[in-house]
Design a protein around this ligand. Structure first.
Ligand code: N01
Length: 531
């Protein structure tokens, strides 16, 4: 490893995904000398790493687009309502080229350490490939779901076939022809990859621990005429997203589940069920996520839908969730997922009932059976939000490591900063959101803040510990009336053994969060200490 000369920067962004690219654009717009250090060999973040068969959007493509450039909106044509990974990767590369971001992006530069120097109020950064930078501001645009999680199953290293985590998928297509394949995990990723692999392989065994309320995606191609119509309504699309709790283009029905008769309710459920995307979640009755009884009525509707699509009643029963509410775990959107279990070459194994004991050199062993496999796919998720941050050696005031600071659970003010780590901003998904909408909001807030600091001669910003505590208490209080479950969930850290449980998201929603950003900025970045 050759160590390069130190790059002297105003701002360094970690990650060239949806957030990082726009963050760089904003920083360059205000005249900063800014760079991105990106671990991957190409840009795209999530849409670079997650190239498994079936990977695609579940926000409507046009609502996921960057909104900041009218020219970009005018020139880019989406081909499907929910486009796949290749088109998203092309889009992000187009954005990087169009706005001339590439010269400021260093690829293959995985940040190993970032040490805050109190004498200069600057971060000293080193990458694994020997690159070095000194920067006033450090922005971890490391994504919500980027630190991939491989479960600690005994024997995992012993498997002699091919094995892949879905988020580290090879660039060359994997050939499944004639092979016995196993997939562990039935979250949003598993649900996307399973139907694709089943079509190609000799035999597929799905190891499911917790079934989900998978709901139809409703994808369709976009004709040139439809694309013209979408372009004409972009301002309305983004205005709707700004008003929505998740930044999506679906609004809840203001009625409660119990404001209507049973027949009207059924007709309403059928209607939202038939609509594309998250309409069946975010466009549902307003009490879906707060009233247990209301939620259970909808759960039963969804279970019925599952049973209608799966031929074998025993298999259908295994696929029906019974231990959590609709929406308590993130809803996977699917295309012919349930029909996959009607194929002769697909077997569903309930590892909730019959847990995985070990991976063997030739397959997988549960308590009661052994499965011979040529390929093993881990669709086992991510150490969400903070995982990528705590995998780096980040040390704040007094040399305190971030891992020690967050030993009892991660806390942040506005999801953006934490006391003791000055001039460091996190952009890891402060709320559950149509991702680009939130990415734009946080990037604009951070660049606005840095601009304000320059104008007023401030060199150092840090979350006020009391403001941070108040924010965390407030964020937790918002979850009190929401339906949660005791099942594992990446959104509260419980999918990672040993990770302290805590709500990641600000559940007042995107519209409320935008208001907070505006108010905090208008009050000279209230809740942050500026020096
Ligand atoms: O990960 P997950 P994901 N033994 O954590 C199972 C986004 N996304 O990659 O539920 C057996 O949801 C685990 O079982 P359980 C989206 O936000 C978006 O699927 O813990 N099983 C679960 O079934 C999504 O929510 C898109 O009991 C084990 C699965 O692995 C988020 O990414 C597409 C196990 C992990 O599910 C994460 O989704 C894809 C073990 N030891 C993803 N360990 C879009 O459409 C884990 N599991 C945009």
């Amino acid at each position: 490893m050759t160590r390069t000369p130190v790059e002297e920067l105003d701002a360094l962004v970690i990650g060239a995904g949806v957030t990082g690219l726009y963050q760089l654009y904003c920083l360059l717009q205000i005249g900063l000398d800014a760079r991105i250090y990106e671990a991957g060999d190409a840009i795209g973040g999530t849409w670079y790493w997650n190239r498994y068969p079936g990977a695609r959007l579940d926000s409507e493509s046009w609502s996921y687009a960057y909104s900041f450039s009218e020219e970009l909106l005018r020139d880019w044509n989406w081909t499907e309502s929910f486009v796949g990974q290749p088109e998203l990767e092309r889009y992000l590369n187009h954005v990087a080229d169009r706005f001339e971001l590439r010269p400021q992006i260093r690829l293959g530069a995985r940040v190993r350490s970032a040490i805050f120097d109190e004498a200069t109020n600057r971060w000293q950064v080193e990458t694994e490939d020997g690159r070095r930078a000194s920067t006033r501001f450090l922005i971890a645009a490391t994504g919500l779901l980027s630190a991939h999680h491989l479960p600690d199953i005994p024997g995992i290293e012993s498997f002699q076939g091919e094995s892949f985590h879905t988020s580290r998928w090879p660039h060359d297509p994997v050939n499944f022809t004639g092979k016995r394949v196993g997939v562990i995990g039935t979250g949003s990723t598993g649900v996307q990859i399973i139907p694709e692999v089943a079509k190609e392989c000799a035999h597929l065994t799905v190891f499911q621990r917790t079934p989900n309320y998978c709901s139809p995606l409703g994808n369709s191609p976009i004709t040139p005429e439809q694309m013209d119509e979408i372009k004409a309504t972009y301002p309305e699309v983004f205005a709707t997203c700004r008003q929505n709790v998740g930044g999506f283009i679906h609004d809840p029905d203001p009625r409660s589940t119990f404001d209507v008769t049973a027949e009207e309710r059924e007709a309403f459920y059928e209607d939202v069920w038939g609509q594309p995307g998250f309409a069946k979640w975010f466009g549902n009755f307003s009490d879906l996520m707060t009233n247990r009884e209301a939620n259970e009525i909808y759960c039963e509707f969804v279970r019925r839908k599952i049973r209608e699509r799966v031929n074998d009643p025993e298999v259908a029963d295994k696929l029906c969730p019974k231990n959590h509410h609709y929406g308590a775990k993130r809803i996977p959107l699917e295309t012919r997922y349930y029909e996959t279990y009607n194929r002769d070459n697909v077997l569903l194994v309930d590892v909730g009932e019959d847990p995985i004991e070990r991976i063997t050199p030739t397959g997988l062993k549960t308590g009661s059976a052994s499965y011979e496999l040529d390929v093993l796919i881990y669709a086992t998720g991510f150490d969400a939000a903070t995982g990528e941050v705590t995998r780096m050696d980040i040390r704040g005031v007094g040399g305190r490591p971030i891992q020690e600071h967050w030993a009892d659970g991660a806390t942040m003010y506005m999801g953006l900063g934490t006391a003791g780590f000055p001039n460091l901003f996190f952009e890891n998904g402060a709320l559950f959101c149509n991702f680009t909408r939130c990415a734009e909001a946080s990037a604009e807030f951070v660049s606005g803040c840095i601009d304000y600091m320059r104008e007023h001669g401030f060199e150092r910003i840090e979350a006020d510990p009391e403001a941070e505590e108040r924010w965390v208490e407030h964020a937790e209080s918002l979850t009190v009336n929401r339906l949660t479950s005791d099942v594992t969930n990446w959104a509260d850290g419980t999918n990672i053994p040993g990770k302290p449980k805590g709500a990641i998201f600000y559940s007042a929603g995107f519209n409320a969060y935008l208001k907070v950003c505006e108010e905090v900025a208008a009050k000279g970045y209230e809740g942050f200490r500026l020096e």
